[in-house]
Design a protein around this ligand. Structure first.
Ligand SMILES: Nc1ncnc2c1ncn2[C@@H]1O[C@H](COP(=O)(O)OP(=O)(O)O)[C@@H](O)[C@H]1O
Ligand SMILES: Cc1ncc(COP(=O)(O)O)c(C=O)c1O
Length: 277
């Protein structure tokens, strides 16, 4: 049996819910063979309210992993937490040389909650090296505003304007995640392919146990693209996958509640409605 090969270039979340851990669990659930290029290791301090430590790997080590993985003939690539401009440039150049279209950019800038984990200046590098290579980019509201150089969108109309700006920077498709943040009765994301704005909606789960949702969503899109789905289908199915994962999120300890990456195959996923807006 030949499996489609998916690569994540991202950080390690030691707590297991986000980062490459989320990506590998998702790749596995969706029947692809996952490979990794680690950029940073994130640990949490149990003696200091679970505050985050971020340890960056040397650029040579990052490059060597990317080269190893791409040499195997990868079908789709995802990027997640890329700690420095140097790593963003390296990832972008390797993806360009690789030359295949299935590139999912999750422009991770902050972890959910408080901790700033990315250095300032990385936004410009993402715009230069990653957006022009993206089949799809998946910012949350804050990240979308940063990429567009506009204020953080707070309404669907504002999301549309921001999506158009990000598309003009070279990303072929844009999904802005309204998620829990957007003042809206559903969990709503805006999908823009350069022609049509589609609002994707599912029931909003009332939970704090959503750690890793963004990574899981982007990883599911990546696996779906590797498996041959078109971009719209890949995004809609990924939304159902992550919605099920959030609905079954659970408490790891008093600080963090990860999503359950394998929920959809066990319990099914919700219906996603799509409306042109
Ligand atoms: N409470 C929720 N109920 C259902 N879906 C949600 C909820 N929160 C987020 N989502 C969905 O999960 C996906 C990831 O979004 P989000 O968690 O906001 O990303 P990020 O982790 O990057 O901030 C999106 O499709 C979003 O709409
Ligand atoms: C390595 C890593 N990548 C990405 C994220 C972003 O996680 P989320 O999917 O919850 O936005 C985190 C947050 O802790 C992380 O530690």
């Amino acid at each position: 049996m030949t499996l489609k090969k998916t690569l994540t270039i991202a950080g390690s979340d030691t707590s297991g819910g986000a980062g490459i851990q989320a990506d590998l669990k998702t790749f596995q659930e969706l029947g692809t063979y996952g490979m990794t290029a680690l950029t940073v290791v994130v640990t949490m301090d149990p003696d200091n309210n679970w505050s985050h430590n971020v340890y960056s790997l040397p650029i040579d080590v990052v490059n060597s992993q990317i080269k190893t993985a791409l040499s195997t003939g990868i079908d789709a690539v995802k990027t997640g937490m890329l700690s420095t401009e140097e790593v963003i440039q390296a990832a972008g150049e390797a993806i360009k040389a690789w030359g295949s279209p299935h590139v999912v950019i999750d422009p991770v800038m902050v972890c959910k909650g408080e901790d700033e984990v990315l250095n300032p200046g990385t936004v410009d590098a993402m715009i230069e090296y990653l957006l022009p290579r993206a089949e799809v980019v998946t910012p949350n509201l804050f990240e979308a505003g940063q990429l567009a150089g506009m204020k953080t969108p707070g309404t669907v109309e504002q999301m549309k304007a921001v999506a158009e700006k990000i598309h003009s920077l070279g990303a072929r498709n844009v999904v802005i995640k309204g998620g829990k943040q957007l003042q809206h009765d559903k969990a709503a994301d805006l999908f823009y392919d350069g022609k049509t704005h589609l609002l994707l909606e599912s029931e909003k789960t009332d939970t704090h146990y959503n750690h890793g949702a963004g990574c899981t969503f982007a990883a599911a899109i990546t696996a779906n693209l590797a498996n041959g789905k078109d971009i719209k289908e890949a995004v809609i199915e990924a939304k159902a996958f992550v919605a099920a994962a959030i609905a079954n999120g659970w408490k790891l300890n008093e600080y963090v509640g990860p999503v359950m990456h394998g929920a959809k195959s066990r319990f099914g996923g919700p219906e996603i409605t799509t409306t042109e807006v």
